[in-house]
Design a protein around this ligand. Structure first.
Ligand code: PEP
Length: 253
């Protein structure tokens, strides 16, 4: 079975102490992860060492960065490189979140560089893609998301593509309380798998985790994650409430 993932995206929320408390609650919830299940905590950069330390190598639990820069090193004040993340033992990074694409003008091309730098440093990217409401209303969502994949991922060798986790996040569903229907999520995930299959073959396409993100909550997680091509979720708001995130983890296949 494909890897099934519940990834918490804290964004720019929580103090260190609140973050510590939240992770403690999740770790003490008595969850038993199945072999294929993983839980990621995408936390602000300063909290990565704390997160790693708390998770203490517990199988299936990983600290995850929310970003990294698209250059190797140098005079880029305030930025964090993939190599720096590697040097503190980080194995996952969210890349291309729609907030970064929108507010920080990240392009598909920049994301291709970030992907390469992460892979060079042994970090698995959680690559975010997804369309705006305008694109969805014009019916061009499949083509739009396909281009995001092609321009940021399709230069990769099959060996490298295997390390990518895709997160489909329709922008109109992020932080809005408006979730894609299970059918909308499943349709896009199945389409993306076909696009991957066309370029890389069925076996590889079938092996890749594709997460859904956009107002995942306790009330809809189980149904969304039950869809054949939905392999878990990238969760913003609901991951800030330990009890909710715990229930969402319990909803994984
Ligand atoms: C996200 O941060 O990627 C996200 C999907 O947020 P929310 O769950 O709050 O919509």
């Amino acid at each position: 079975m494909r890897q099934q993932i519940a990834a918490a995206n804290w964004k720019m929320n929580l103090t260190l102490q609140q973050g510590e408390e939240l992770i403690d609650k999740v770790l003490n919830a008595g969850l038993t992860l199945k072999e294929q299940q993983s839980v990621l905590f995408a936390v602000p950069f300063p909290y990565l060492p704390m997160t790693r330390q708390k998770l203490g190598g517990k199988p299936g639990y990983f600290a995850c960065a929310q970003n990294c820069y698209d250059k190797k090193s140098g005079a880029y004040t305030g930025e964090v490189s993939a190599e720096m993340l590697k040097s503190i033992g980080i194995a996952y990074a969210v890349l291309g979140h729609s907030e970064r694409r929108e507010y920080f003008k990240e392009t598909n091309e920049m994301l291709a560089s970030k992907i390469d730098l992460c892979l060079e440093n042994g970090i698995r990217p959680v690559f975010c893609c997804g369309e705006s409401l305008h694109v969805r209303e014009s019916g061009n969502q499949n083509r739009f998301v396909e281009i995001q994949l092609r321009e940021s991922l399709f230069h990769l060798t099959p060996e490298d593509l295997k390390k990518i986790i895709i997160a489909y996040e329709p922008i109109w569903a992020i932080g809005t309380g408006k979730t894609a229907t299970t059918a909308q999520a499943q349709d896009m995930h199945a389409y993306l798998r076909l696009v991957l299959q066309d370029h890389y073959g069925k076996e590889l396409a079938d092996s890749m985790p594709i997460l859904y993100g956009g107002s995942v909550k306790v009330s809809n997680a189980h149904e969304l994650f039950s869809s054949p091509d939905v392999d878990g979720g990238l969760i913003g708001g609901a991951s800030l409430v330990a009890e909710d995130f715990i229930e969402i983890i319990r909803s994984l296949k």
